[in-house]
Design a binder for this molecule. Structure first.
Ligand SMILES: [Fe+2]
Ligand SMILES: [Fe+2]
Length: 221
């Protein structure tokens, strides 16, 4: 059995094909970027969440793997992409030689990463939700000329910086976002992201932390 990490996935041509095709499908239906860039950033944030809370190397590595593969199911269509993604991750990872004991944790995390149907119940799943929902950024908008029509594009385009800060001592996980209010009002962020913030709060609780949302220096949650 092999030790699979984010590095193994980045070097795997098959994973690349799936993620690129999934992103191409989302481009076709007008969604923001969900490809290799989003995969790498989510993986990095997943690892950072658990590392900052002093988890051991295995859950950190597995959270990174879940983060890299979490949106791969979009290749089968957006609806239920978390469920199809879990199944695709299973087949890719077992082919790469990962043990079933590790694969099940990744399947659970990927299958539960979306706020409409997901429920975080493990540390890997919680880290994935917090990492995924933190990637709000201008660079994910594919066609900036549409920002006046599409609220998701506008809010993402207005987000000039986003970061997660984790304090083991205070048991807090803070999402810090800088929004250019000339492009989008903070209210618009809430309009589309309130349900995401609710699942982030649940995810932080699984890690015995409180979730905070700080926009332009103001603590809003
Ligand atoms: Fe997703
Ligand atoms: Fe995602």
């Amino acid at each position: 059995m092999s030790i699979i990490s984010v590095k193994s996935l980045k070097n795997d041509p098959e994973v690349k094909i799936y993620l690129q095709r999934a992103d191409k499908h989302l481009e076709g239906i007008g969604y923001t970027e969900h490809g290799l860039r989003h995969a790498a950033i989510t993986a990095k944030f997943c690892e950072r969440v658990l590392r900052s809370l002093d988890y051991s190397s295995d859950p950190i590595r597995l959270a990174g793997v879940a983060g890299f593969l979490h949106d791969i199911g979009n290749v089968c269509g957006r609806v239920y992409h978390s469920q199809t993604g879990a199944i695709i991750a299973h087949s890719l990872l077992s082919e790469m030689g990962m043990t079933s004991a590790e694969i099940v944790g990744i399947m659970e995390a990927i299958g539960n990463h979306e706020e409409d149907i997901g429920q975080p119940t493990s540390e890997i799943s919680a880290a994935l939700i917090l990492a995924d929902k933190s990637d709000v950024h201008r660079s994910r908008v594919r066609t900036p000329r549409f920002i006046s029509f599409d609220i998701h594009d506008r809010v993402n385009y207005a987000a000039e910086k986003s970061d997660l800060q984790i304090s083991k001592e205070k048991r807090s996980i803070s999402l810090l976002i800088t929004i250019n209010t000339e492009i989008s009002q903070v209210m618009e962020y809430f309009e589309i992201f309130l349900s995401r913030m609710i699942i982030c709060r649940k995810a932080a609780k699984v890690l015995s932390c409180e979730f905070e949302l700080i926009i332009n220096g103001n603590k809003l949650l």
